[in-house]
Design a protein around this ligand. Structure first.
Ligand SMILES: Nc1ncnc2c1ncn2[C@@H]1O[C@H](COP(=O)(O)OP(=O)(O)OP(=O)(O)O)[C@@H](O)[C@H]1O
Ligand SMILES: [Mg+2]
Length: 265
């Protein structure tokens, strides 16, 4: 999958160095992240798991430049992040779509903003290419409300990828879906990466999802969160759902679960 560089030679795409963050609230600072450092290499898929409220979504907002850290530095492809980045695509648990626009026009939206010079025809072709990769050709003229939850999430992924971002950030994108739809979308993520590799940071509560999709998993502590553990997932790139029942994966899942549940950190 991807380039033929050795893993260690791939450039770092997402680079957080000693990032701490606190929100200003009425009675002072509310610390959320505490000295978070992590490096994700180009075309790697990394998952971040951790207890609810520990600061995972805050981490995604920092990486995409929507908010600035109180201290520490964030780099994307070697460039310091100081404002929102067009080189990042994002998708969330509840896709926000414009009901007055068709599916196709919702997917095209980011191109209208970041590639204003691209012709209408090129935009349409790019959006249709992605919609067909996720088996949604024929649905391009529908309105968002005419789609199922799984279809909406596929459209949301197309929209996050349409401008060819260097980095895709997914914040619990499959969390609201039923188990079968979720598994279908996991397979779709593998397909999309095979067709065109990208660097991805996935936030999830689903440990099986983190193992099935990722090359590496980072476990965050309770708030104010740090990265307390990281593990490489050595399943290769051709993964099957049955792999999740292999003894080595079962013990990896058990160990991740106990680390997240550990109330002492
Ligand atoms: N803008 C804000 N102002 C003040 N506090 C905030 C703000 N955004 C988030 N927080 C607080 O920061 C903490 C971390 O929030 P965040 O959304 O990053 O957690 P999370 O790990 O994504 O949680 P979950 O797993 O439930 O999605 C929470 O206690 C939240 O209440
Ligand atoms: Mg969150």
């Amino acid at each position: 999958m991807g380039t033929d560089l050795n893993e260690a030679e791939r450039p770092v795409q997402i680079d957080l160095r000693g990032v701490s963050h606190a929100f200003e609230i009425e009675n002072g600072a509310f610390p959320v992240l505490n000295d978070v450092s992590l490096q994700i290499r180009k075309n790697h898929f990394a998952a971040v798991v951790g207890p609810s409220g520990c600061g995972k979504s805050t981490l995604t907002r920092l990486i995409s430049g929507l908010i600035k850290p109180v201290s520490g530095e964030i780099y994307l492809a070697g460039e310091r992040v100081t404002s929102p980045r067009a080189t990042v695509g994002m998708a969330f648990q509840n896709p926000v779509m414009l009901e007055w626009r068709s599916v196709l026009k919702n997917v095209i939206l980011p191109l209208e903003i970041v590639a204003p010079k691209m012709s209408h025809k090129q935009r349409q072709e790019r959006a249709m290419e992605l919609l067909s990769m996720v088996s949604l050709e024929g649905f391009e003229d529908k309105r968002p409300s005419e789609l199922s939850g799984g279809m909406k999430q596929r459209v949301s992924l197309c929209r996050a990828l349409v401008h060819d971002p260097d980095v895709l950030i997914l914040d619990e994108p499959f969390g609201a879906l039923d188990a079968f739809t979720r598994e279908e979308l996991w397979a779709m993520m593998h397909r999309l990466r095979r067709i065109k590799p990208f660097t991805c940071l996935l936030i999830t509560h689903d440990l099986r999802e983190s193992v099935f999709l990722s090359d590496e998993i980072y476990v965050m502590s309770q708030r104010p969160a740090k990265i307390k553990h990281s593990v490489a997932v050595e399943l290769g790139s051709e993964r099957q759902l049955d792999d999740l029942y292999a003894p080595n994966v079962t013990s990896l899942l058990a160990s991740l679960r106990s680390q997240i549940a550990d109330p002492n950190n």
